[in-house]
Design a protein around this ligand. Structure first.
Ligand code: CU
Length: 158
């Protein structure tokens, strides 16, 4: 009797696991995102004097077949990281936080001074020029991509 119960049980498990292996389900939260989404020329602007808030830039390029959306960013070196957008409103420069940054298939999101940027708050130490800071982008389906930002006085030349 016991073997009769065990066999169908394992069969049903195998059948249930099959679709998970071939396609992403909303309930899945794999840690690895597709390598087709990458951060290029990521950098953190080194301020002339240490500050509790720094700005990060770079390009988030999407070479995937589907659109992707970044909904959160974190770094082990900062207490808090958020996506910001700078806009001119009536001649005044204003920043607002973005809850979601869509990156279309084949396209890219450009983070640069005066526009989209990462607001990096509460650094764990004073950053030095040339230092590499790890970063994690969280996508809207829970997947995460690793990136690196270099601390520099100016944007790296491509
Ligand atoms: Cu900002």
């Amino acid at each position: 009797m016991r073997t009769q119960w065990i066999l169908p049980f394992w069969l049903s498990l195998a059948v249930a696991a099959m679709p998970l292996a071939t396609s992403a389900h909303p309930g899945d939260k794999p840690a690895q995102a597709p390598a087709c989404l990458v951060v290029e020329d990521g950098w953190i602007r080194l301020p002339p004097t240490p500050r509790p808030m720094l700005a990060g830039f770079g390009r988030i390029a999407n070479r995937c077949k589907e659109g992707q959306a970044v909904v959160a960013v974190r770094s082990p070196r900062f207490g808090e990281v958020s996506l910001h957008e700078t806009r001119m409103v009536d001649g005044v420069s204003r920043m607002r936080e973005l809850e979601r940054l869509p990156v279309p298939a084949g396209g890219q999101a450009v983070l640069q001074p005066g526009g989209l940027h990462l607001m990096l708050m509460e650094p764990d130490a004073v950053l030095a020029e040339g230092e590499r800071v790890p970063l994690v982008l969280v996508l809207d389906d829970g997947r995460e991509i690793g990136a690196e930002l270099v601390v520099a006085k100016a944007a790296p030349s491509p």
